[in-house]
Design a protein around this ligand. Structure first.
Ligand SMILES: C[S@@+](CC[C@H](N)C(=O)[O-])C[C@H]1O[C@@H](n2cnc3c(N)ncnc32)[C@H](O)[C@@H]1O
Length: 433
């Protein structure tokens, strides 16, 4: 906590250091919000410091190896987060100036009992980094992703595409919204451009999401252009019953309600379901909400369609969650693959004969996507492929594969001239016989 007489800029750094510390310890990154830092300028700087340290994580590993001969001191509280953040400022955020990086790093450590004794080391390292900036900045681009992941992606998506992944990691994600209804005047006040179907894009995010026009009135919800694809592929007439099996926080549920389906939204996480409730209420949308484990959910009435947006490694979201590429281990993926298969088998059980199943994951890993679709066809009784036709993705035809599945990734060109890329998603469609 910062105190009254603390130097200017320290309070926002203490919040940023703490956010980075918990992400380094394995938590997902979520942007620092207004409840943590009320001043929007401070908040913007704090989020920039944390996200830059995360986007440059691979390069900073090398810089730290270079500067810290004996390795990271153990049990050193906020030392590592402070060091990474201050190096990120010195190397990549020159507009914030060197002085605050050096001075405030030491001040921050002085407020952490576990790290105070390392203030001298911090100061020496940052001064050396400042002197040797040119050498440290030589950009070893491959370091943006862990080597094993980069190699796997290069063989799946090609070297050129992975070069675009790197650019997308550094650029971050624009803000995509799904609109409740087409409204050119709303686009104008939002400063948004039409992207694909009912998705629009805002390039310059200088306002908090809840301060944007139309938020309070429930005229749109935040949803990446790729995340908006699966719910559009249900291919059932309005009024059909649709089960959204892993529904929270409800981006896809909202699309299903908008399409006129009778929607049941299920999730096993009470906190996330509460967010879904709040989100639907803001949009004036209604769905039946069920808190249950999708792995053994056996509804009395079967459904015309099921959307299974399965829990996954989320590597396709690295533009907004740069930590996923460093936090995910092969063993995490193996555990999720098993759960996804259980959920796929149970999802098929929830369908009427002739019913449609959409399986999707925001992962770039074939083990969670392409291989799972093949597994479902050979292991889940009664499921057959219901290929997605290129025309159904109007504008993004190139994402449809020869097997009639959809594969998006941040290296894929978007149909409009809008700058920026899209999340990695895999989508497969099945029919129950
Ligand atoms: C990828 S997120 C869903 C995002 C959501 N479909 C949307 O569009 O906003 C995966 C969800 O699966 C839920 N989940 C994970 N395991 C589950 C299980 N066994 N049963 C039900 N839900 C589960 C998580 O709580 C999480 O909300």
């Amino acid at each position: 906590m910062a105190a009254k007489n603390d130097p200017a800029g320290l309070a926002l750094r203490l919040v940023a250091i703490e956010r980075l510390r918990i992400v380094l310890a394995g938590s997902n990154f979520s942007p620092i919000g207004a409840s943590e830092l009320a001043d929007s300028r401070d908040r913007a700087i704090a989020n920039r410091l944390v996200t830059t340290a995360l986007r440059r994580h691979g390069h900073l590993n090398l810089v730290i190896e270079n500067l810290l001969e004996r390795g990271m001191p153990s049990k050193s509280g906020s030392f590592e987060a402070t060091l990474r953040m201050s190096l990120a400022q010195l190397l990549y955020l020159p507009d914030l100036g060197d002085h605050s990086a050096l001075y405030l790093a030491v001040e921050a450590l002085r407020r952490d009992k576990r790290a105070t004794h390392l203030a001298g080391l911090m100061n020496a390292m940052l001064r050396r980094a400042q002197k040797e900036r040119e050498r440290l900045l030589e950009p070893p681009q491959p370091l943006l992703f862990p080597e094993a992941l980069r190699k796997a992606w290069q063989s799946a998506y090609g070297i050129e595409a992975v070069g675009r992944f790197a650019a997308a990691l550094l650029a971050g994600a624009p803000l995509d919204l799904t609109l409740k209804a087409a409204d050119p005047a709303l686009l104008e006040v939002l400063g948004a451009e039409a992207l694909l179907a009912d998705t629009v894009r805002i390039q310059n995010r200088d306002k908090a999401v809840d301060a944007l026009p139309g938020y309070a009135e429930g005229q749109w919800w935040v949803q990446d252009v790729a995340a908006a694809l699966p719910a559009r592929l249900i291919d059932r007439p309005p009024g059909a019953t649709v089960l959204d099996l892993c529904a929270a926080p409800g981006g896809k549920t909202a699309q299903l309600v908008k399409a006129g389906y009778a929607v049941t939204a299920l999730d096993n996480d009470a906190g996330r379901l509460e967010r879904l409730r709040v989100n639907l209420a803001r949009l004036h949308y209604a769905a039946t909400i069920v808190e249950a484990d999708a792995a053994d959910y056996a509804p009395e009435q079967k459904f015309d369609a099921v959307l299974l947006d399965a829990p996954c490694s989320a590597t396709g979201t690295f533009r907004r969650h740069p930590e996923v590429v460093w936090n995910r281990q092969q063993s995490d993926i193996a555990g999720r693959v098993k759960l996804q298969q259980k959920l796929l088998a149970q999802a098929a059980e929830c369908l009427k004969p002739g019913g449609v199943l959409i399986y999707c994951v925001c992962s770039l890993e074939a083990a969670e996507g392409e291989s799972q679709a093949a597994w479902a066809l050979s292991h889940v009784p009664g499921l057959q492929a219901f290929p997605i036709a290129a025309e159904e993705l109007g504008g993004l035809e190139r994402a449809v594969t020869g097997e009639g599945t959809v594969r998006t990734h941040p290296g894929l060109a978007l149909p409009s001239k809008a700058a920026g890329s899209l999340d990695g998603f895999f989508i497969a469609r099945f029919r129950r016989i």
